[in-house]
Design a protein around this ligand. Structure first.
Ligand SMILES: Cc1cc2nc3c(=O)[nH]c(=O)nc-3n(C[C@H](O)[C@H](O)[C@H](O)COP(=O)(O)O)c2cc1C
Length: 186
């Protein structure tokens, strides 16, 4: 069974982007597309980056566990809240931690904001960093505007039909890349 890892980076009290992570987990599983696991960086509570995992002498168990989840995932969805036109430090903290785990990993990005632009200003910088890590970032995007009203705390969209239509196109692109990668890996 394929697994998609959903990275939920906001560690903020009162965060709202986690709602979108909850939505995608349920969307993928209810539609029997794949199994999905949320990697909640608030739960991991990683310290500030000081060295890449492969150069660490005595890595913490949670770091090893996180790395294994990315390595073994068929693909990754990153929920990227927009902070001042960029993505949060907590996300860069874990991108830099790993190296080979990102290589040829299909990654789809959902940008999220409380404003009306859906966090899209952060997408090119995040795509560029992932490209540098040799990940496969899929071209499809899933911007979420006004997240506090467009999704409730349990991840239910205010307009489910519209959200599911967009999610279908977004996840189809990710799963196409997952399938292509599996074929190439034999
Ligand atoms: C430090 C910071 C900067 C932010 N900058 C922006 C911004 O530039 N544009 C915007 O629409 N929303 C901005 N927001 C609002 C977030 O997009 C909003 O909190 C959203 O819910 C996603 O982040 P969260 O999961 O931490 O709540 C900012 C929030 C924070 C905490």
């Amino acid at each position: 069974m394929r697994t998609i890892a959903i990275i939920s980076p906001s560690v903020r009290r009162g965060r709202n982007s986690h709602r979108v992570a909850l939505y995608f987990k349920r969307y993928l599983e209810d539609n029997k597309l794949v199994s999905a696991e949320i990697l909640d960086l608030k739960d991991y509570n990683f310290p500030l980056f000081d060295e890449r995992l492969r150069h660490q002498h005595d890595p913490a168990a949670e770091v090893l566990q996180f790395a294994e989840k990315i390595r073994s995932a068929s693909g990754v969805i990153i929920i990227a809240p927009e902070y001042n036109g960029g993505y949060p430090a907590s996300l860069k903290n874990v991108i830099d931690l790993l190296t080979d785990e990102w290589r040829r990993k299909p990654v789809a990005i959902s940008t999220v904001s409380s404003g009306t632009f859906g966090g899209v200003q952060s997408i090119t910088s995040l795509q560029f960093v992932l490209w540098k890590m040799r990940a496969w970032t899929v071209p499809a995007v899933f911007p979420v505007i006004s997240v506090g009203t467009s999704f409730d705390e349990a991840g239910n969209p205010a307009d489910r039909e519209a959200a599911d239509t967009r999610a279908a196109a977004f996840t189809a692109e990710l799963l196409w890349c997952v399938e292509a990668r599996e074929k190439m890996n034999g």
